[in-house]
Design a protein around this ligand. Structure first.
Ligand code: PBG
Length: 327
């Protein structure tokens, strides 16, 4: 055969293949989600997310220590309050659970990077992401609360805030309150294209945040749509989002590709609880090689264009990257 092109030529050895990788990633791009729960001496395994725990503030530094050991430098904090009410007031309480957790982490690890999820669903008695008006989430009333939540996180020492509520105008409202209070350098990572997804199922168990009636389809996006996702990203960028996010990740790789092409701000993807739980379940049933599936899934998200990955596998992925198995 007189073949001129032999793509296999560049696949002949591990050394050569490692040089030819088109997708590069490093542990510095990983964010690990952690759950803070009110109480003392709690490290509670989360049944729906094998290997993940709810931590009380007095023990949360154990989770941070594990991150540091694994080479992960950033976390995303979620809170489980002891009490909920109609308006989710625990979310912006000065001594709320996320605020306590931030202070606990910063007291021991002042340089560790703490991002907070800004939302109300863990704090409202009805489990919706905002203030209800006749069973409908009132957008503009919710904005005031979201702004207060973001400010209270910044005051407690958060390094970055990440609104996940999907209200219109929340980025502008949060940017304004942060700036008015002198937090001009606290970036906003907006959950811009956040879909009404069944992949959040295990998270709602972990965070006790399932809506008590109805669903989130009047604020989270319809999975049929991707043009609408571009509109959401565009509005967030205009309102001052520093980083935009697509969530979930694996079933929305096309949205990641599109967002990467269109927007000149850093792009994050959230590989959500259901994506993690599916791999765990398949691995527990001996159907797949967990390590390889984890690597390949994460790789696909970066290959699509994500530059930042939020994942429950952050620690294991950091190790895989360090070993050179991926990245
Ligand atoms: C809060 C929030 C959710 C997730 C992140 N922030 C749940 C939801 O919208 O129902 C999901 C994360 C995951 O599934 O891992 N609104």
């Amino acid at each position: 055969m007189n073949l001129i092109n032999r793509p296999r030529r560049l696949r002949t050895s591990p050394t050569l293949r490692s040089m030819m990788r088109e997708t590069r990633m490093s542990p510095s791009s990983l964010i690990y989600p952690i759950f803070a729960i009110e109480g003392e001496n709690i490290k509670n395994p989360i049944a729906s997310l094998p290997g993940q725990f709810q931590w009380s503030p007095d023990r949360i530094c154990e989770a941070i220590e594990e991150c540091i050991q694994a080479g992960v430098e950033k976390v995303m904090l979620f809170g489980l309050p002891a009490h909920k009410d109609e308006i989710g007031s625990g979310a912006w309480a000065e001594n709320g659970i996320v605020q306590q957790a931030i202070r606990a982490i910063k007291a021991k690890y002042p340089d560790f990077y703490v991002i907070t999820d800004v939302c109300m669903c863990e704090y409202t008695s009805h489990g919706h992401c905002g203030i209800l008006c006749d069973h409908y989430v009132d957008n503009d009333k919710t904005l005031e609360c979201l702004a207060k939540i973001a400010l209270s996180h910044a005051q407690a020492g958060a390094d970055m805030v990440a609104p996940s509520d999907m209200m219109d105008g929340r980025v502008a409202a949060i940017r304004k309150i942060l700036d008015d209070n002198g937090f001009i350098n606290i970036p906003i990572m907006a959950y811009s294209a956040k879909y009404a997804s069944a992949f959040y199922g295990p998270f709602r168990d972990a965070a006790g945040s399932a809506p008590s009636f109805g669903d989130r389809k009047s604020y989270q996006m319809d999975p049929h749509n991707s043009r609408e996702a571009m509109l959401e990203c565009q509005l967030d960028v205009q309102e001052g989002a520093d980083i935009i996010m697509v969530k979930p990740a694996l079933s929305y790789l096309d949205v990641i590709v599109k967002a990467k092409e269109r927007f000149d701000v850093p792009l994050a993807a959230y590989s959500v609880s259901g994506e993690y739980a599916m791999i765990k379940a398949a691995a527990a049933a001996d159907l797949v090689d967990e390590y390889r599936i984890m690597c390949e899934s994460a790789l696909s998200i970066y290959r699509a264009g994500a530059e930042i990955l939020i994942t429950y596998y952050a620690k294991e992925l950091a190790q895989a990257m360090k070993k050179g198995d991926i990245g």
